[in-house]
Every structure is written in structure tokens, then in C-alpha cells.
Design a protein around this ligand. Structure first.
Ligand SMILES: [Fe+2]
Length: 358
């Protein structure tokens, strides 16, 4: 374990897991599951000049094995001939796949904004009876590689490398010098931060609105093209269908069907595109949408005055910061086509509870 900088995280993407590993020094990182070794994709060349890896493998393999081994060879000198490495070190982690079909415990958190100590306590709500974490954006801006590491340490600490995590990018995660490297560190399909996920009895889609203001806003000084990115997601949604007999959850940091609650012009953007996203989400038959971003918790059902567009699926805004900047999250229990929603604080106290039919 002493070669690891923090506990790894098992992220969910499509029918795979992506295991994020951070090491103390640079070297070759691999994951062994049931006798098979997996490396980070790099066209056949194993990376040794960096201290992190995001290794993708089929869920079926890890679900069967219920444990994985991380191995590391510290690089002494990488060169054209006879590269030199330290001896291989390994560490083993248990993994808990979702085998339940009902009574599934999911904890959602977003808008941590570097309040990691508070968020870790908040995320402990289900103790050992947790099945899935959803970490839904605005964990922090990224000016340095260390900022990415802090987020990875947080996801590792809450999940113990054992519980799967769905991870979405928030608008603050698109800001900063290292923001362009987000997909090197966190789950993505190539360079795309939107994707489907299947995990046990839960399936869904992670969407990414990008920034909260238009690309032309002077604050950005023309560093973004989220307009094209949103169109790309519309095309992706138009080709998507729901899996049978599974709960289908849309995860999105900002809520495309609510927009800015106060209807401030600067934050009310791309409504034509988001209306089309909503049309596709309705066609797909989304059971619920979970969002963050507003720094307040609420549930918006079909006729809520906050809606930009009506939606038959409930929208749960499941994260907040209280007046002392403590993180509030959302516990969800899925069973018999209902979801029990509890907004909880860092003392694991329930602030509000609601049952919804989905
Ligand atoms: Fe946000």
C-alpha cells in the first residue's frame, strides 16, 4: 500500500469500471483481476512517466472476482533500451458489486468546493450498507495536478476503493489551468464527459452542461466551446434507449430543465437545446434526474414553478452548503418503483424526507 498516494476509486462507465489509481512516484501501474492484467490504454506503450492511471476493465470480471490487485513498478530510468524499474509492489482491495435488485442505497453529493472533511462525514450516511455513490460535480476548480489528486483522494476515502462511484463534471470543474486535462484523470469516453452507465439494477446517463453562462461571456475570454458540446450530447441522447427492468437515472450537475431559478438573463442559456434534451429524456423514459449546482436542496416535480420545461420524471437537487459551509447530500433508497429521498448533513441527520413513485 505504501506506493499508493491514496485509496483507488472504482468509477462506473457504460458496462465497464474505470479504476483511478494515484501513486507516490512515477512508474508502471496495472490492475490484476482473476489472473488477468489490465493497463491504461496507450496504444501498446505502458506509461511510466506519470504517477496516476485510469484503467478500464469489464464489470463482469470484477463483479465475479470481488477483489482486485493494484501493482506498481517505480520507474528508475525509462530509455530506448533496457529501461530500469524497482521491483513490483502490489496491494489488494475488496470490491462490492451491486447484486441487489431492490432496496438499493445510493448516496449523492455535489458542490463540495474543497470542503472535503465535511463531505466525507456527510457521505458516511449509509455506513457499510452503501451500494453506490454519485459524485456530481463542482468538487473544485483545477489549477494544478494536486487539485485532481485531492478529488481522487476524496472519492477514494468515501468509497474505500470498494463501492462503485458514478462521477460527473460540474461547471467549476471546467475552470482552471488544468481543466483541459479532466478526461486524463476522471471517467470519460475518449474525450467525452457524457456517457451511459449500467451498474446492477441501475442504469442511466451522465450529462454535462459545461459552463453556466454562454461561451461568449467575457469571464471566459473565449476558452470554451460548450455550444457544440451540448449539440453533441443531443445527438448522443437521440440514439439512446432505456434498458428493460432497470431504474434509469439522469445525472447532471446543472439542471437543464430548471435553468436559473431566478431567471437571470446571464444564466438562462441554450434553452432551445435543453428543451430538445428534455424531449429526448422523456422519450427514453428517465425515472429521475439528480442534480447539484444550486447549493440548496429541493425536488422539482412536473408542475413545479421552477421548471423551464415540464418533465414527467422528478428532478432531485441533492446537494447544498449550509450557513456554516457544511456539505449536505442526498440519500436515495430505490425499491419497488419508489425512491425514498433524504437530504442529510455531516452529522448524518435527516433534514427532509420524501417518497416518490418512479
Ligand atoms: Fe455548479
Amino acid at each position: 500500500m505504501n506506493f499508493l498516494k491514496c485509496t483507488p476509486t472504482v468509477f462506473v462507465i457504460e458496462n465497464d469500471y474505470e479504476i483511478l489509481i494515484n501513486t507516490i512516484s512515477c512508474g508502471i501501474i496495472s490492475v490484476n483481476v482473476n489472473g488477468k492484467t489490465y493497463y491504461e490504454e496507450n496504444s501498446g506503450v505502458l506509461s511510466s512517466e506519470k504517477s496516476f492511471a485510469k484503467i478500464r476493465l469489464p464489470q463482469t470480471e470484477l463483479n465475479k472476482a470481488k477483489s482486485y490487485e493494484i501493482c506498481f513498478r517505480k520507474c528508475i530510468k525509462r530509455q530506448a533500451y533496457f529501461s530500469k524499474f524497482d521491483e513490483k509492489l502490489c496491494a489488494t482491495f475488496s470490491f462490492s458489486p451491486i447484486n441487489k435488485t431492490e432496496n438499493i442505497n445510493v448516496y449523492h453529493v455535489a458542490d463540495v468546493h474543497y470542503n472535503f472533511n465535511s463531505a466525507i462525514k456527510t457521505c458516511s450516511y449509509f455506513k457499510n450498507d452503501i451500494d453506490l455513490f454519485i459524485v456530481n460535480g463542482d468538487i473544485g476548480e483545477v489549477e494544478t495536478e494536486e487539485n485532481y489528486f485531492e478529488v481522487a483522494r476524496f472519492t477514494g476515502e468515501i468509497s474505500h476503493g470498494q463501492i462503485p462511484v458514478v462521477f460527473a463534471r460540474g461547471n467549476h470543474d471546467t475552470r482552471g489551468k488544468l481543466a483541459e486535462k479532466f478526461t486524463d484523470y476522471f471517467p470519460a469516453n475518449g474525450k467525452d464527459t457524457f456517457f451511459t452507465f449500467n451498474v446492477g439494477a441501475i442504469s442511466g446517463v451522465v450529462l454535462d452542461c459545461g459552463e453556466d453562462k454562454l461561451d461568449s461571456h467575457p469571464e471566459y475570454n473565449n476558452v470554451n466551446d460548450f455550444s457544440s458540446f451540448r449539440q453533441k450530447q443531443l445527438k448522443f441522447l437521440s440514439n439512446l434507449n432505456k434498458s428493460e427492468n432497470k431504474y434509469f437515472i439522469a445525472v447532471c450537475h446543472m439542471c437543464p430543465v430548471i435553468g436559473d431559478i431566478e431567471r437571470r438573463e446571464v444564466f438562462t442559456i441554450e434553452t432551445n437545446t435543453y428543451k430538445k434534451w428534455n424531449d429526448e429524456l422523456i422519450r427514453i423514459g428517465v425515472d429521475l434526474m439528480i442534480c447539484g449546482h444550486y447549493h440548496k436542496t429541493f425536488i422539482a416535480e412536473n408542475n413545479d414553478a421552477k421548471n423551464l420545461f415540464s418533465h414527467p420524471y422528478p428532478v432531485i437537487v441533492g446537494s447544498a452548503l449550509d450557513d456554516k459551509n457544511k456539505v449536505i447530500g442526498c440519500a436515495m433508497v430505490l425499491q419497488n418503483n419508489t425512491v425514498e429521498i433524504s437530504f442529510t448533513d455531516e452529522n448524518n441527520s435527516v433534514l427532509e424526507i420524501k417518497f416518490l413513485k418512479i
